[in-house]
Design a protein around this ligand. Structure first.
Ligand SMILES: NC(=O)c1ccc[n+]([C@@H]2O[C@H](COP(=O)([O-])OP(=O)(O)OC[C@H]3O[C@@H](n4cnc5c(N)ncnc54)[C@H](OP(=O)(O)O)[C@@H]3O)[C@@H](O)[C@H]2O)c1
Length: 354
């Protein structure tokens, strides 16, 4: 039986990516896709990669029929929350890819974004990272998406925090990210002459995704009996890619560690997580994670190196921001919320070479 889904804000990059996966998903049938600017326009005019897969046209969200199994919201933060408020009492399952329901605490949301439009709904939302919240997601009506940068750092660091192998109060994360993270709307920072060839630090302190990282890693720390003292110094950089994130995370180790015990921590934490691949292969050019082999996939490749000279571990994490950093976990969550295998419709390798 196919479940019906509608995608609100489908003319953007995450909406387009979600449509690609939904059209290939054996248990999903797209009912409506919305855009205000492109209502009445065929989807393939904006998404040429979907030619031959759909003849759908965008409709205005004012024409949305909520009588579907799941609504995906691919809207900017602040725009999304009122839509959630409008639809939640219909009982429809909602997966909101924006930042509006990622943080549990309205004051933290206000610190990084703006006053929350409907803080009363925050306790009903589950953070949509299946590797951390699989069981809660299964029973949820409202699931948030994940921050792309945040998820690359959380996935890389969670097993170390859980096992108590690092001083979690002194984590430093540095990420390189591609231009599609900024969305499809024009912005001078993603304009080709400004972006091409660039390696540019932006928001080196106080980036919004820090709040998600600390929220989720602190929950893990507390759940494992450690203090809630996680602190992440986070600095992202815009680089010459369209898709992709490479995060490099540095953390002091609490005592001298061996490769084997670090491997064990990752393997046991991710024992039932098919989309996490551990990469540490000295015999190849691709010895550590890189964004290219995961492009277009839901995999997070994670690798590490212990520093023999300085008491620290360096962890590398590579994801595709539009798949593993947004549409991919949203589909994983959809699968869990409908009792399907988490891998359904998502189990594809990337390209090589690309
Ligand atoms: N890009 C990424 O890598 C990434 C990763 C993780 C999470 N996210 C999050 O996902 C969400 C969408 O990101 P995106 O990159 O897909 O953005 P985008 O490319 O700019 O698309 C935004 C979408 O929202 C719609 N929209 C904007 N304002 C609207 C309004 N007032 N009413 C109704 N629809 C409106 C736009 O449709 P029309 O203007 O055509 O109506 C468009 O379809 C954001 O919250 C973002 O933070 C993005």
């Amino acid at each position: 039986m196919a479940y019906t889904v509608s995608i609100i804000g489908a003319s953007g990059y995450t909406g387009g990516e979600l449509m690609r996966w939904a059209l290939l998903h054996p248990e999903m049938q797209i009912a409506q896709v919305t855009s205000e600017r492109f209502a009445g326009t065929p989807v393939t005019k904006l998404n040429p990669n979907l030619r031959g897969f759909t003849q759908a046209e965008f409709v205005s969200s004012k024409q949305l029929n909520t009588d579907v199994d799941t609504l995906f919201l691919c809207l900017p933060h602040k725009v999304s929350a009122p839509f959630v408020k409008q639809y939640i009492e219909t009982g429809v399952k909602i997966i909101d890819l924006s930042a509006d329901f990622r943080l549990h605490d309205a004051r933290t949301y206000e610190k990084y974004y703006q006053p929350h439009p409907c803080p009363e709904l925050l306790p009903r939302a589950v953070y949509g990272l299946p590797e951390l919240h699989r069981e809660q997601i299964r029973g949820a009506q409202l699931v948030s998406g994940v921050g792309c940068l945040a998820s690359s750092v959380i996935l890389a660091t969670a097993p170390l925090v859980h096992a108590g192998l690092i001083d979690a109060s002194r984590i430093i994360a540095d990420s390189k990210i591609g231009s599609s993270a900024g969305g499809a709307a024009f912005d001078i920072s993603t304009h080709h002459p400004e972006r091409q060839g660039t390696v540019r630090a932006y928001k080196p302190t106080g980036h919004r995704h820090t709040a998600e990282m600390e929220q989720e890693l602190n929950e893990i720390a507390v759940g494992a009996g450690h203090p809630a003292n996680v602190s992440v110094g986070f600095s992202p950089h815009a680089v010459e890619m369209v898709r992709g994130i490479l995060s490099t995370i540095h953390a002091p180790v609490v005592r001298p560690l061996t490769d084997i015990e670090v491997w064990k921590a990752y393997r046991s934490f991710y024992a039932n997580s098919p989309f996490i691949r551990l990469v540490k292969d000295k015999g190849t050019l691709y010895r550590y994670p890189e964004p290219k082999p995961v492009a277009g996939t839901n995999f997070a490749d994670i690798g590490f190196e212990l520093d023999a000279t300085h008491p620290r571990i360096v962890v590398m994490s590579a994801i595709d921001n539009l798949v593993r950093g947004s549409a991919g976990p949203a589909i994983q969550c959809f699968n869990l919320m409908h009792g399907l295998d988490e891998k359904t419709g998502l189990w594809v390798p990337g390209f090589h070479p690309i």
